[in-house]
Design a protein around this ligand. Structure first.
Ligand SMILES: [Zn+2]
Length: 414
């Protein structure tokens, strides 16, 4: 087994991470991930590793790189995957009431106290840099692989996973290079734990219809906001206890969050409309359809008791054209799970924990639509993602290259 740190300099990894951080790639950037994808492409080419772009839409492309193995019958092929977009920085600078929250430059890639700071440091340009460096290590070490190793950097994970949708639908992306994958690792930060299962995700819009009236005579109208409140109270009373009981060992319980509520046109008008947007995370055994039906059942029951109750439940428009986001549920005895677990153990010197109640990742799309067993492992603490204090420890980055190299060694070398 090779030792990754024999084949790269700490400073190279710091520079690579800083470079990625310095190219903003959030939704507020006109060309979004274009420049970062081109940077990644050039980086691989410079190191003599095959790389190409996969066009997704407009100027946006995924970037794919690979090193081919010898293709022995036992050889298994592995994909290391990460997203190259980041969460946008806006909400970090101002709170809801307009107060300044942070004036920190989020795109400087500043290094201090052993950390690299900035938007995307953990989520997930740091982990992406570690995965990129792993391919360089394998190349420099002239490691003989039996299976192939692939890196994919995809666009748009923070919004609707458009990049991963394109990748899972693209047969020639890997197929034309005679690559068929046997396992995948998504590098979202897990802080030297690993994730083989997480919940599925759906966004729902619940619209309430009322009847407008002047506030001096509210009895002449039907207040949509009040209907929304009644409905949400019913959901809290009846659905919350049921969700709590649906518990998966690793996913945690089924949960929901009321994300936003909008309604009414003015303080002196009975609200004619209200819109509640919620995020629902469901466990194995539940489906998109069963989730929607549960809200519909509560609505139907309320309609029986109150004929003025008007409601419409649908998937949030921006997410309707999106592939359903199912749970990830990879068996703990899959060889990729064992490889990840052993590789972490070898680097940290103790058996790694399984991280539970993890957020949704593109790993669920890989697993469901490419039918490839998938695990989540990456450096950094997910709790720092999307915060004003986003940072990644340089030591963790270095160690994670070691882990990824061990994973490749266990999985792709017979
Ligand atoms: Zn992420």
């Amino acid at each position: 087994m090779i030792r990754a740190t024999d084949y790269f300099q700490r400073q190279e990894l710091i520079d690579l991470t800083k470079d990625l951080l310095r190219i903003p790639s959030h939704v507020g950037v006109e060309t979004q991930e274009k420049e970062v994808a081109e940077y990644v492409l050039d980086f691989f080419k410079k190191h003599g590793i095959h790389a190409h772009l996969q066009h997704v839409e407009k100027e946006r492309s995924n970037v794919i790189a690979f090193i081919k193995g010898r293709k022995t019958p036992e050889g298994k092929s592995l994909m290391l995957n990460g997203h190259i977009d980041t969460e946008k920085p806006d909400d970090m600078n101002e709170d809801l009431f307009g107060a300044e929250m942070s004036s920190q430059d989020l795109f400087s890639g500043e290094v201090k106290q052993g950390y690299i700071w900035g938007r995307g440091a953990v989520d997930m340009k740091g982990p992406v840099a570690a995965m990129m460096m792993t391919l360089v290590v394998l190349k420099r070490a002239e490691q003989e692989l039996d299976g192939d190793i692939v890196f994919s950097g995809v666009v748009g994970e923070e919004t609707r996973s458009k990049g991963m949708e394109s990748l899972v639908a693209c047969e020639e992306c890997l197929g034309s290079h005679d690559i068929s994958l046997d396992g995948a690792v998504v590098g979202e930060p897990t802080d030297f734990k690993y994730v083989a299962s997480h919940r599925g995700l759906v966004w729902l819009d619940i619209k309430f219809k009322g009847k407008g009236a002047h506030s001096g005579k509210p009895q002449q109208g039907v207040n949509a906001i009040e209907k929304a409140v009644e409905f949400l109270n019913k959901v809290r009373e009846e659905l919350y206890p049921k969700l709590k009981q649906r518990k998966h060992d690793f996913m945690g319980t089924s949960v929901m969050n009321i994300g936003t509520i909008k309604g009414g046109t003015g303080q002196s008008t009975v609200a004619e409309e209200a819109l509640v947007r919620l995020d629902r995370r469901y466990v194995e055994g539940e489906t998109l359809e069963s989730v929607i039906q549960e809200y519909q059942d509560i609505a139907d029951q309320m309609k029986k008791e109150d004929p003025s109750f008007e409601i419409e439940i649908s998937r949030t428009p921006e997410s309707v054209s999106v592939l359903p986001h199912p749970p990830l549920n990879t068996g703990m005895d899959e060889s990729i799970v064992l490889a990840v677990k052993e590789a972490i153990q070898e680097v940290i010197g103790q058996e790694p924990e399984v991280q539970t109640e993890y957020g949704w990742t593109d790993g669920a799309l890989i697993s469901k639509y490419m039918k490839i067993p998938t695990v989540v492992f990456g450096p950094g603490d997910i709790a720092l993602a999307h915060t004003a204090e986003e940072k990644i420890e340089i030591n963790d980055l270095v160690k994670s290259v070691e882990v990824y190299t061990h994973i490749a060694d266990k999985f792709c070398v017979f």
